[in-house]
Design a protein around this ligand. Structure first.
Ligand SMILES: [Zn+2]
Length: 289
């Protein structure tokens, strides 16, 4: 996405978010897991993406001529030791505007509501967050990140260095500008247990970008939740281990897919593909139970 998107005026109105939900009511019985009662997960709508050229999500011609409507979710994880926001949706200046198509024609994007309204709809304020973590630094995951300048940004060191590199910074100006106000930075080199109790773990899964990561959350539900970031974009990608043409490293992506699946199996986790509209709806339903 280029600067044209960012020229669109910011309008923060519209109704409160419909896509809110929470998880975490199950009663745990043993002392060691009691804290999990207090962990809650919410899913919010960071916008919608129409992939006009689905073939870019493959190394070959598998999807030539196809299009796909994708979700762009972000998540709130409330923990007794603080709150974490995972990913940051599309730019807020899309709110109230007509859908925007990027100059290459690959994507048409839109966003219905602002961060502030969406957080208010689940009883949160921007200042309530101790941590922000982004699965990776692409335009559809960094949209409202700058709002969290008082939070600590949990980022893989190589991902940070990549975007902060002077030449890259210029090349990817929009993305750099979306995160430049995050100055409380904790650079990670691998997995990170955010609250030290095993309930919320950032897992390093490089390949889509150099420091791409996914999130494991135990929110007192039957199965833990595993949020994919952009390791997969839709169901077929997961089934066929399809690697998009724009990934940083194909081999690394495939390796991450293998360790992701092994981890998901080990934990008996519910895998949620963040861009899947189906999974967005499925998670909402799951969290309502
Ligand atoms: Zn994405």
């Amino acid at each position: 996405m280029k600067t044209t998107t960012l020229i669109v005026l910011t309008i923060t109105l519209f109704s409160s978010c419909r896509n809110k939900t929470e998880l975490g009511k199950q009663i745990e019985t043993t002392e060691s897991v009691k804290i999990k009662q207090g962990v809650k997960l919410y899913v919010l709508d960071g916008g919608s993406i129409l992939a006009n050229k689905l073939e870019i999500f493959s190394q070959d011609t598998t999807y030539t001529g196809q299009t796909k409507q994708m979700a762009d979710a972000y998540y709130v994880i409330a923990h007794p030791k603080g709150n974490l926001i995972w990913d940051a949706g599309l730019p807020e200046n899309l709110v109230g505007q007509q859908p925007y198509t990027d100059p290459s024609g690959a994507f048409t994007v839109s966003r219905k509501d602002s961060l502030k309204n969406q957080l208010a709809s689940i009883g949160f304020k921007i200042s309530d967050f101790k941590y922000i973590a982004l699965s990776h630094l692409h335009f559809d995951h960094v949209g409202h990140a700058n709002n969290f300048k008082n939070a600590t940004w949990l980022v893989q060191e190589n991902e940070y260095n990549f975007i902060a590199n002077d030449s890259i910074k210029v090349k990817n100006e929009d993305i750099y500008n979306s995160i430049k106000e995050l100055t409380n930075i904790k650079k990670l080199n691998g997995d990170f247990d955010v609250f030290g109790d095993g309930t919320v773990i950032i897992k390093t899964m490089p390949g889509h970008t150099i420091g791409h990561q996914v999130l494991y959350v135990e929110a007192g539900f039957d199965n833990p939740i595993l949020l994919t970031g952009d390791l997969y974009h839709f169901e077929e990608n997961r089934k066929n281990k399809g690697v998009p043409s724009f990934n940083h490293n194909v081999e690394q992506t495939l390796k991450s897919m293998t360790s992701f699946e092994a981890f998901a199996k080990e934990k008996n986790a519910e895998v949620i593909i963040q861009h899947s509209q189906k999974d967005f709806n499925r998670l909402q339903n799951l969290l309502k139970k």
